[in-house]
Ligand binder design. Sequence first.
Ligand code: FE2
Length: 134
Amino acid sequence: MQWDESLSVQNEKIDSQHRQLFSLATQLEDLFETYSESNYDYDEIIRIIVKLHLYTIYHFETEEKILEDAGYPGLILHKKEHQRFVQFLENIKPDEIDKDQYQTLLDLLAFVVNWIMSHVKGTDSAYVPFITEE
Ligand SMILES: [Fe+2]
């Protein structure tokens, strides 16, 4: 999964944070490409998920502040979508991922990667006209 110019929201700060988010998601994807069910580093996967969680919180704060300053009318719904994603990440209990560990991590990864992609492509692109300076 790659960030490209078509995903730009015409704001330098947000774009660079989105690039960072995509790069963390790509790191996760790469791990799964090199790992197999019988040979993978559970701790490393969890480490990147924790990093992603922290970075996501930081990024959402930045983005929400910019949208607030711009008086974006869709802010409440947008914030809710952010909150749901943060909650999902917070509900991951590394100690409880025991049964079908590899499959659980794969499902988790698929969800995270899809969410980031569809959020940036869909939900985020909706605010572009509101934050673009004339
Ligand atoms: Fe967003």
